[in-house]
Every structure is written in structure tokens, then in C-alpha cells.
Design a protein around this ligand. Structure first.
Ligand SMILES: [Zn+2]
Length: 143
């Protein structure tokens, strides 16, 4: 994206013309449908890609909408995560001193650094699987 132009604006310029100067920014991605029906999600996915493609190019638009969908699934997940089972290695966390609670409320072993990255990987894989279930396949080159 290019830096906005900081030249002084002409106060006599009509608002509509001033607004058109900011048209270079890509359009905002609308939230996916509230229901979890594959057909609705596929329609949303295609419509948002078509909307963003002119500004970003198709591969980048696919990537952006896909990542947006993943984040939205995570936001909607209201399940209460366990504090006694590690989200990384799936083994029990037996002491409070060894419990590290991450963003989103999941707990991992504080003493095992790999549990943290394993938890993030498991979560991403679960979200991706859910998107595939909604009919959305990861675009080429996505994580
Ligand atoms: Zn662990």
C-alpha cells in the first residue's frame, strides 16, 4: 500500500472528490455469514475475493479472505479451554507452577517450550479442518 498524500487539502474542494483520493485502499472484508452452512460460507468466500481482487490481485485476495475466515472461526469459538490438560502435548498439567495460560485461555506446560508452539499448530490445524468442512480449501501458499 502507498503512503497517503500529506499535501494540504483544498477546503473548497467538494467532499466527494476528496474522498475519491483514498480509493486506492482495498475494500474491507465483510464478516462471514452468522450461520455455519457451507453454501453460505462458499458464497461469502467467493464474493469477498471478487471484491478484493481488483485492488490486491487474486492470490493475495484469496490469502487475505482465507486468513480472515480463520480468525473469525477462532473468534466465534466459545468453548471453555481446559486448564488441566496441556493444549500442546495433551498431557495433564499437574502443578500450578507448570501452567502457562495463553491468549484465548488455553493452558500449556510452562516448563516445555515446545508445548506452546504445538498448541498453536494444533489450533491452526483444527481451524483449517473446520474451514474445509465449510467448503473452503486453503489457497496455494497458505500456512
Ligand atoms: Zn505440554
Amino acid at each position: 500500500m502507498t503512503e497517503p498524500d500529506h499535501r494540504e487539502e483544498d477546503p473548497d474542494m467538494p467532499t466527494s472528490s476528496r474522498r475519491s483520493a483514498a480509493r486506492a485502499a482495498p475494500p474491507e472484508i465483510l464478516p462471514p455469514p452468522a450461520d455455519m452452512a457451507p453454501l453460505s460460507w462458499i458464497r461469502w468466500f467467493r464474493a469477498e475475493i471478487d471484491k478484493l481482487s481488483p485492488a490486491l490481485g487474486r492470490p493475495k485476495a484469496e490469502q487475505e479472505v482465507y486468513v480472515f475466515g480463520l480468525a473469525e472461526l477462532r473468534r466465534r469459538d466459545r468453548r471453555k479451554p481446559s486448564l488441566v490438560t496441556c493444549a500442546g502435548c495433551q498431557e495433564p498439567i499437574v502443578s500450578d507452577a507448570d501452567r502457562l495460560v495463553l491468549q484465548g485461555g488455553v493452558a500449556v506446560h510452562a516448563s516445555r517450550p515446545s508445548c506452546r508452539s504445538d498448541a498453536a499448530f494444533r489450533r491452526l490445524r483444527a481451524d483449517r479442518t473446520q474451514l474445509v468442512g465449510l467448503g473452503i480449501v486453503p489457497p496455494k501458499g497458505s500456512r
